[in-house]
Write a protein that binds this ligand. Structure first.
Ligand code: BES
Ligand code: MN
Ligand code: ZN
Length: 499
């Protein structure tokens, strides 16, 4: 999907009287005695002679989060409809995430509208833009009937504080961030018969060319020559061979160097350790980490962060066949460590460490790795909270940024005692422990074995948050969510600002 055309607008009676929008979006808050108009609704309310809150109450509105009520304007405004969306409880402040979710609910309800005028931006411009765009996202590439098109043009009320220049910059950044999330969602939502290692590589190459990034792809022959035993082992069962991508953004004035690594299993059947049939189709999303870091390195170039950002993306399809790797095999990983495979369904960690070791060769200041790594993440934290592991300080920094972004990550430990459970009978390490306990953490400990001492690194397990198998909510539709693209964007911005 493409991003709607974005613009800024005044939010005065005069501006409203001239708007070419079909729908004006206002916010409501849930007050003690019914809906209360949010900042940004004043000019619309004036056109309704100050009776908008009463009118909404009459219609049964409460202002609760994501409630959508539409009112015909009957000529009071050139726009035909006022769409009132709930922000939730009235408190001292309205958070960015409240605005983003309300804008997302409005964005969904705007399907079929050509042009909208959104006043939620008076509360938070960036959140309103992100929410509106992400909420309106639909993936219809595989439908004959496309249904109502997402809103094509969105005008945002300029906030009262800040300069016009700042507002323009925020609009551009928010639009680019939302576009990056959409890039990730589109990749995740593309089915595995069309998205496999080579076709993912083609799409990455196109993005790299369009955005001036260095691009390199290692095919199965190059992977063999260079000793990427993890990627080759996992990818060996598929007729569609594995790849390893490297995309680099190197601005003239680069500060810190950040390496990104994302798990790119284009379909995870489990391999010889086959998964149960129920919901196996969800494993189309097992390349969400890869999609997220690809979108993020492109975004870094678009927003010209003063950082060097290099993405490493291992791609493989995990299938059972006569050429598959087996439980009992020993793989020699890139860099020389050996791993005994006890379960071919613990494949993510095997492709990841090949890419992480390669990423570390370039001496980055930070290593950010993200993956749909364990079902245990979903058991521990549910569908909407990622597990954040790694070196203590950087882990806490990333987790805090992830919470603030609304993507929700929580810091998790790497308990020392689990390391011994990865001891192997014959190799340096086994790929699983012999038990289920702390599965998310054991995977993190496995990764840590391949990270040099002293490197600031983080592992973000997004098994649950990357793919919405439930109903749409806020700015998140069904399918690929694009988590953790907004977190990576915010971490890069934080590193650019603070080192
Ligand atoms: N891709 C899965 C993890 C996953 C599960 C992602 C559910 C999204 C939703 C991963 O490759 C996997 O199969 N992990 C195993 C590890 C186990 C064998 C130690 C798991 O979690 O069961
Ligand atoms: Mn697996
Ligand atoms: Zn997997």
């Amino acid at each position: 999907m493409t991003v709607p055309k974005l613009a800024l607008s005044d939010n005065t009676g005069e501006a409203l009287a001239k708007t070419r929008a079909d729908v004006v979006v206002i916010g409501t808050l849930a007050g003690e005695d019914g809906p209360v108009l949010a900042p940004g609704a004043a000019a619309v309310d004036a056109a309704f002679d100050g009776r908008l809150a009463g009118l909404l109450a009459t219609l049964g509105a409460s202002g609760k989060a994501e409630e959508v009520v539409k009112i015909p304007t009957l000529g009071k405004l050139p726009a035909a409809v006022v769409l009132a969306v709930g922000l939730g409880k009235e408190g001292d402040t309205v958070t960015a995430e409240q605005v983003r979710r309300a804008a997302g609910a409005a964005g969904r309800a705007l399907a079929g509208t050509d042009r909208a005028f959104v006043t939620l931006s008076e509360l938070d411009l960036q959140a309103a833009v992100e929410g509106t765009i992400l909420g309106s996202y639909v993936f219809t590439a595989y439908r004959s009937e496309k249904g109502d098109a997402p809103v094509a043009k969105a005008d945002f009320a300029s906030p009262a504080t800040g300069t016009a220049r700042e507002h323009k910059a925020t609009l551009k950044a928010a639009g680019s961030i939302a576009e990056a999330v959409i890039t990730a969602r589109d990749l995740i939502n593309t089915p595995p018969n069309d998205l496999y290692p080579a076709s993912f590589a083609d799409r990455a190459k196109k993005l790299a060319e369009d955005n001036g990034l260095e691009f390199e792809v290692l095919d199965e022959k190059a992977l063999k020559r260079k000793g990427f035993g993890g990627i080759l082992g996992v990818g060996g069962g598929s007729s569609r061979p594995p790849r390893l991508l490297r995309l680099a953004y190197k601005p003239a004035k680069a500060g810190k160097k950040v390496a990104l690594v994302g798990k790119g299993i284009t379909f995870d059947s489990g391999g010889i350790s086959l998964k149960p049939a129920a919901n196996m189709d969800h494993m189309t999303s097992d390349m969400s980490g890869a999609a997220g870091v690809l979108a993020s390195v492109v975004l870094a170039a678009k927003l010209k962060y003063p950082l060097e950002v290099v993405a490493h993306i291992p791609l493989a399809e995990n299938l059972p066949s006569g050429t598959s790797y087996r439980p009992g095999d020993v793989l020699t990983m890139y860099g020389g460590k050996t791993v005994e495979v006890l379960n071919t369904d613990a494949e993510g960690r095997l492709v990841l460490v090949d890419a992480m070791v390669r990423a570390a060769e370039e001496n980055p200041d930070y290593l950010i790795e993200t993956s749909t790594l364990t079902g245990a993440q979903v058991v521990a934290l549910g569908n909407r909270t990622a597990g954040v592991m790694g070196s203590d300080d950087f882990r806490d920094r990333v987790a805090a940024i992830m919470q603030a972004s609304g993507e929700n990550g929580w810091p998790m430990p790497l308990p020392e005692e689990l390391r011994a459970d990865l001891d192997s009978r014959l190799a340096d390490l086994a790929n699983v422990t012999g038990h289920r306990w702390g599965g998310m953490l054991a995977a993190g400990i496995f990764l840590r074995e391949f990270v040099a001492d002293g490197l600031d690194w983080v592992h973000i397990d997004i098994a649950g948050p990357s793919f919405n198998t439930g109903s749409p909510w806020g700015y998140t539709g069904k399918g690929g969510t694009g988590v953790p693209v907004r977190t990576i964007a915010a971490v890069l911005a934080d590193i650019a600002a603070n080192g």
